[in-house]
Design a protein around this ligand. Structure first.
Ligand code: FES
Ligand code: FE
Length: 436
């Protein structure tokens, strides 16, 4: 199967016109090809250092459509294994998380230590009479890379290094995950739920989509967005930069409106740590940051902004991280974490977590809005006529010459979270990889 079977890549995602075929969000064949061309070749987020602090800790995770185990060996190193027995392929690890010296296959009882080495088998190894290389029975191991505590893995031996893959995006990752000496910390295990939509709707939306914030989320945004009137929010969203950080990674910033003091929503004790840790450019953006949303290609996203549920409560930032797992052309399993600075006081972490749970999780107000919008796109784009239509990202045609010359961060920054430049950047990278 090749991408041309579904139409020329240039017609599926067309940089000249800004039009995108709705088949890329609905077609089962394209979905299958994505699993090999995108997910089996990219560095995928599998977990955070803080989720497995001790040797022996393990987590059951997913890469594309493959189950994997993220394990910290007795040597302290994180490793990622295909969660399938090398003998006949049985799922090895069944628990979501735990601590173990190793894993025992439930079928014929072969055993592996937490560095992936075969340690015991039902038949004595001699029974193979030297005809089989027993090393082929060690667990299949992915390449693992860690940046700012974020653990990524890929099964592709040809993939570039993680540093090269993340490239300029590292600067933006560090602004959130490495802004204090202790770095970030996951606040508990991820919550998971299934949504009726293609994984790319979420990934693209989190790479920008300024305008939906005021429309899809209008009523709730008005109520809780740090007391900002909607017209002011619209102005700052229109002016906020959209950044193409290379390799399909993209983000937006929405600045605080003029007159609002810097560091809204941050704990005051943390600001001194940010000042010690971040570069002047990162600090400048951060001090004025109202909203930051980002997608690391292909399917890792985060959103960070201050909210307040009552006028007498100061706004608090929540820090939501999620993965859009591609479980079908019209199904996504969302894995959803909350993070905080490790050094933040416990009561601030609790307030930040509570703010996140009310907004960005399965029953969160923002996620319910988005789920409805994305399911509606799926419903409107799935039919025989509908899937042959094109989706518009034509704001890019008006935005190419709106580059911000003096933006403090790397990559290409364009004026306006409405520009569709960062969203379309993700789709261009998709096109490149799908074309092989
Ligand atoms: Fe695992 Fe046979 S399938 S030991
Ligand atoms: Fe949204």
């Amino acid at each position: 199967m090749k991408i041309d079977d579904f139409g020329h890549p240039g017609q599926l995602v067309d940089p000249e016109t800004g039009l995108v075929s709705r088949r890329i969000f609905t077609d089962p064949g394209i979905h299958r090809l994505e699993l090999t061309r995108i997910f089996a070749r990219s560095w995928l987020f599998v977990g955070h250092d803080s989720e497995l602090p001790k040797p022996g800790d393990y987590l059951r995770r997913v890469m594309g459509d493959d189950p994997v185990i993220l394990a910290r060996g007795q040597d302290g190193k994180p490793r990622v294994f295909l969660n399938a027995c090398p003998h006949r392929g049985a799922l090895l690890c069944r628990a979501d998380a735990g601590n173990a010296m190793g894993y025992v296959c439930p079928y014929h009882g072969w055993s592996f230590d937490n560095t992936g080495q075969l340690t015991a088998m039902a038949d004595a190894p001699e029974a193979y009479k030297g005809r089989v290389d027993l090393h082929t029975f060690n667990l299949l191991q992915a390449r693992v890379g860690v940046h700012a505590g974020l653990i990524f893995a890929t099964f592709d031996p040809q993939a570039p290094s993680l540093d090269e893959y993340l490239g300029d995006a590292r600067w933006y990752i560090d602004m959130l995950f490495a802004r204090t000496p202790g770095g970030a910390q996951a606040l508990g295990a991820p919550v998971r739920w299934v949504a009726q939509k293609n994984w790319k709707y979420g990934a693209v939306n989190f790479a920008a989509d300024g305008p939906h914030a005021l429309k899809t989320h209008g009523p709730i945004t008005r109520k809780i967005a740090a007391g900002m009137p909607l017209e002011v929010l619209r102005t700052v969203a229109l002016e906020g930069p959209a950044v193409r950080a290379g390799n399909g990674h993209g983000c937006i910033f929405v600045d605080l409106p003029p007159g609002m003091p810097p560091w809204v929503g941050f704990h005051p004790d943390m600001v001194g740590l940010y000042q010690k840790t971040l570069t002047p450019g990162q600090l400048k953006l951060k001090a004025n940051m109202f909203n930051k949303v980002m997608t690391i290609f292909p399917n890792l996203s985060w959103v960070h902004f201050p909210i307040s549920f009552a006028s007498d409560q100061p706004p608090v930032n929540f820090f939501n991280v999620r993965v859009w797992q591609p479980t079908g052309p019209d199904r996504t399993e969302i894995w959803n974490w909350f993070f905080a600075d490790r050094e933040a006081p416990d009561e601030y972490k609790q307030a930040s977590l509570a703010a996140g749970i009310r907004t960005f999780t399965a029953a969160g107000t923002f996620d319910q809005d988005d789920a409805e919008a994305w399911a509606a796109i799926d419903a409107g784009s799935r039919g025989t006529v509908g899937r042959e239509r094109m989706s518009s990202f034509q704001m890019i045609l008006a935005s190419h010459d709106e580059r911000i010359a003096d933006f403090p961060g790397p990559g290409e920054a364009y004026r306006s979270t409405y520009s569709e430049m960062s969203e379309f950047g993700l789709l261009l990278r998709w096109r490149e990889l799908m074309a092989g």
